[in-house]
Ligand binder design. Structure first.
Ligand code: ZN
Length: 142
């Protein structure tokens, strides 16, 4: 069985993956206009400033969209079937979205706008994945 494909760090995404390894959700932020940019880019997508600063965010957001995978067509994911791939809009900024998987809960519990909370799945010594749980109404995790 194929191994789970894992992220490869590069100069742009290093702060995101290093942050995840430290169990922090880290997004590049522009010091000039304060906008967050994700996926990581070399410059601010709002004002084109070129020195973005890795910034820890709250790890809270709402479900923007999702899809449930049932197919064995993606090598390495067989053990996880079925699994939900989520697009979560972070609380810090409209249209600031990250991708992850649902951890705990059932895809049938999902609806657009569902409050979500980041959790961290340690895969090995080098890679920890930001994943998502449904957040309880009191801000906790259920
Ligand atoms: Zn900017």
């Amino acid at each position: 069985m194929a191994e789970l494909p894992l992220p490869v760090r590069d100069d742009l995404n290093r702060a995101y993956w290093d942050g995840a390894q430290a169990e922090k959700l880290v997004i590049l932020r522009c010091p000039a206009c304060q906008a967050y940019t994700h996926p990581p880019r070399a410059m601010c997508t709002t004002c084109w400033h070129e020195e973005l600063v890795p910034t820890e965010v709250s790890g809270r957001g709402t479900l923007y969209s999702w899809s449930v995978m049932h197919s064995k067509g993606n090598p390495g994911f067989e053990d996880r079937l079925p699994y939900a791939v989520l697009i979560v809009e972070l609380a810090e900024q409209k249209d600031l979205r990250v991708i992850g998987n649902l951890v705990g809960g059932q895809p049938s519990d999902l609806a657009i706008g569902t409050p979500m909370q980041v959790v961290f799945e340690k895969v090995n010594e080098d890679i920890t994945l930001p994943q998502w749980r449904i957040a309880a109404a009191d801000g906790g995790v259920r």
